[in-house]
Every structure is written in structure tokens, then in C-alpha cells.
Design a protein around this ligand. Structure first.
Ligand code: ZN
Length: 243
């Protein structure tokens, strides 16, 4: 790619780090993966580019290759912006934060279609909890932290599955007892769904609320343990989800 070459790309804003008071170093997720670029003057008073630099805004960007390994922002067009009730807005921020904190361990090209689907489902008014829970499991799976949900992770048996042990990494059967494991048929079904769903089968399915809430809580702890990263704003999200 020669210097000065222009590219037009569409992406979700994941991070905008201000510098020089009015400029930003932004990272977006596009269908070609993660992309960072420098954007001058976007935080100027009355800048009409400001909405593009909000978490999870989806926009077209016209980028120009600069001298460094980043691209210079030339112009942009806002396509969509997170909106909805508090639960939906918190779901958008959760998607943005998880995508950003997974960026190092994940191929952005593989992840992009799922983020596009998740935001599409939110726009259609589908259940935010079901969407964020599925998306979190998808991120874990794409990073290689997926749980074994085809058989008992300890003995390999496919029958008699009664619970999920995050510590052991998957389903456990009735022959095993593990401290800290979570038992229950519905809970297991939710875990199975979230680790099995893919681009062609994910339609924003509504998952059973009570068990999904429990499972979502466990899955966020598992994520934090595996990645060593705390998810910001999670307690507020739980409060809103619990209603
Ligand atoms: Zn077993």
C-alpha cells in the first residue's frame, strides 16, 4: 500500500483515545478486522464528527494512509448509533467493551459478523440479555476458551449430563460431583446453546431469563479469570437486568 492511498471502510467504534485536546486515536472493528487510525479535530466544538466517536457507533470512514502505521481520518458518515432503553444501551456498551478487551486474542475478521448480528438483533428489539450472553460465549470460543458441551468433560459420557463446571471446563455428568459446579437442565441447555451457536444459526433467540441471568454472571466471572480483565460497569448492568 503506497502512502496517501485512500480506503473507505465501515466499522464499529470500539475505542477513542483523545490527544492534543481535540484529536483522537480511534479503533474500529471492520469486516477486515481491527483497524486503528488518527483523527484530527474531531473533539472540536461543533464538530459534526463527534457522534462517530462514541462507543459502538457504526460509520463509514474514509481513511488515508499516513507515514506511520496508522491511517488518517478524512471524512465519515454515521450509519447507526446505539439507542433504546437503559438495558439496551448497557448491552451496546457491554458488546463494545468485550470486543475491545478480546481484541488481542481474537481474529477481528472472524468476530465482525457476530458483532454485526448482535447489533442487528438489538436494533430489532430482541432480548439484550440473550444477545450479550451468546456474544460473550462466542468471544470466549473464538479465543479458545470455549467450554466442552458435547459430553462430560471428565469421563466423556454423552448421557446423564447434570451440570456445568467452569473450573473443569465444561459439562459434568451425574457420576461426578464438583464444588462450584452449576446444576440444572435449563442452565445446561443455555450453556450448550451459547457455545454451539454460529453465524448461520444465531437469530437472536430468546433464552430463559432466570437461568440465563445466573449463567451470564458465571460466564462473566469465567471471562475475567481467563483473561485477567475486569469488565467495567458490570454491577450496574446486573442491577438493570435483574429489574
Ligand atoms: Zn462424567
Amino acid at each position: 500500500m503506497s502512502e496517501g492511498k485512500e480506503i473507505r471502510t465501515k466499522g464499529f467504534l470500539l475505542k477513542s483515545v483523545p490527544y492534543h485536546e481535540t484529536s483522537s486515536i480511534a479503533t474500529i472493528l471492520t469486516e477486515d478486522g481491527f483497524l486503528s487510525f488518527r483523527a484530527s479535530g474531531v473533539y472540536k466544538k461543533n464538530s459534526h464528527y463527534l457522534p462517530l466517536f462514541n462507543l459502538m457507533a457504526e460509520s463509514y470512514f474514509l481513511l488515508k494512509e499516513g507515514k506511520g502505521d496508522y491511517l488518517l481520518f478524512k471524512e465519515g458518515e454515521l450509519l447507526s448509533f446505539p439507542k433504546g432503553n437503559l438495558e439496551t444501551l448497557l448491552a451496546y456498551s457491554f458488546l463494545g467493551e468485550i470486543t475491545w478487551s478480546s481484541a488481542k486474542g481474537i481474529d477481528g475478521k472472524e468476530l465482525y459478523p457476530y458483532l454485526a448480528l448482535a447489533t442487528k438483533f438489538l436494533k430489532e428489539g430482541k432480548d439484550p440479555l440473550s444477545i450479550v450472553t451468546s456474544y460473550l460465549a462466542i468471544c470466549l470460543r473464538l479465543m479458545g476458551y470455549g467450554l466442552t458441551v458435547d459430553h462430560c468433560v471428565l469421563c466423556g459420557k454423552e448421557k446423564g449430563i447434570v451440570g456445568v463446571s467452569f473450573e473443569e471446563g465444561g459439562f459434568i455428568c451425574h457420576d461426578e460431583k464438583r464444588e462450584g459446579a452449576h446444576y440444572g437442565k435449563t442452565y445446561c441447555q443455555v450453556a450448550y446453546f451459547t457455545f454451539k451457536v454460529d453465524k448461520s444459526t444465531w437469530t437472536g433467540q430468546n433464552l430463559p431469563r432466570e437461568d440465563t441471568l445466573l449463567y451470564f454472571k458465571d460466564l462473566t466471572s469465567y471471562y475475567t479469570e481467563q483473561l485477567g480483565k475486569k469488565i467495567e460497569g458490570l454491577s450496574m448492568f446486573f442491577d438493570v437486568l435483574k429489574g
